[in-house]
Design a protein around this ligand. Structure first.
Ligand SMILES: C[S@@+](CC[C@H](N)C(=O)[O-])C[C@H]1O[C@@H](n2cnc3c(N)ncnc32)[C@H](O)[C@@H]1O
Length: 252
């Protein structure tokens, strides 16, 4: 599938709303982001890699938000998000690479990263974690929704490919089980993620160990973790879809 076409906002929305694993993750992410916002007055927040704005759907109407900035590299997504949230006067959307956006030096109370970290190339992820740390006020928090794959030693190796295949096979099978007559088009969209990750394009999945250690090495403390999917037994190495909250210590 042509990557530009695959990434079109309509395809993204169609795939996400069809996947039980992703919808469970969004539900848990929105709930946790709201709980964090409950504790912050006049919050200045940024949604990094905001896409079409699905990550903001359950968050944007929170009364404690002073300003929210959504950032995405794809102009088609930003146009979609601007239309979707046009009635929210405190929301602005920018087309930018998040790693450039964060160089501006502004500090936020809350950063939202829903399926964002694994869109940063593996080699750049440790530096990105440090940028996130630098973009928060002391005591500020970053809420992540992440697809955690089983453990792999190094990206773009056979164990990495196996981990990615294992994750998406479980997501595809769960989707099929709950919607036996689902369109092949949606199944193809789910499976396309595997080819992209294995080619080292668009998706740069993380395992739990690398993800946690990169954020901890950047200075963060983890204050919350919950697995949103699968609901029963976890996939190997406690992989699956997780919500995490990391906090920048007050003294930092
Ligand atoms: C899986 S989508 C997540 C979108 C949204 N946060 C959500 O949860 O629905 C990942 C998004 O990251 C964007 N993206 C990838 N690399 C980026 C970068 N370096 N800077 C900004 N956005 C980026 C893509 O355009 C895509 O919209």
């Amino acid at each position: 599938m042509d990557v530009f076409h695959y990434l079109a906002p309509g395809n993204y929305e169609m795939e996400e709303w069809s996947r039980p694993d992703e919808m469970a993750l969004f539900g848990a992410f929105w709930e946790r982001a709201q709980a964090e916002l409950d504790t912050i007055a006049e919050a200045e927040i940024a949604d990094l890699c905001c896409g079409t704005g699905m990550s903001l759907l359950g968050v944007i109407s929170h009364p404690n938000i002073k300003t929210v900035t959504g950032v995405d590299i794809d102009a088609r997504n930003i146009a979609f998000a601007r239309q979707r949230f046009g009635i929210f006067e405190n929301a602005t959307f920018q087309v930018a690479d998040v790693t450039d956006f964060l160089k501006a030096g502004k500090e936020y109370d809350l950063l939202l990263l829903s399926s964002a970290y694994h869109h940063i190339e593996h080699s750049l992820q440790p530096a990105f974690a440090r940028q996130l740390f630098g973009a928060l006020k002391p005591g500020g928090r970053a809420v992540f929704a992440e697809n955690i794959v089983p453990y792999f030693d190094a990206p773009l190796t056979e164990p990495y490919n196996t981990a990615v295949v294992q994750f998406y096979a479980a997501a595809r099978d769960d989707t099929r089980q709950r919607r036996p007559n689902i369109s092949d088009r949606i199944i193809r969209l789910i499976e396309e993620n595997v080819s992209l990750a294995i080619r080292g394009e668009v998706e740069f999945k993380v395992c739990r160990q690398h993800f946690l250690s990169q954020l901890q090495q950047a200075g963060f403390e983890m204050i919350y973790e919950a697995r949103a999917w699968p609901a029963g037994e976890p996939l190997p190495d406690n992989s699956g879809n997780h919500v995490f909250v990391f906090r920048k210590p007050d003294a930092a």
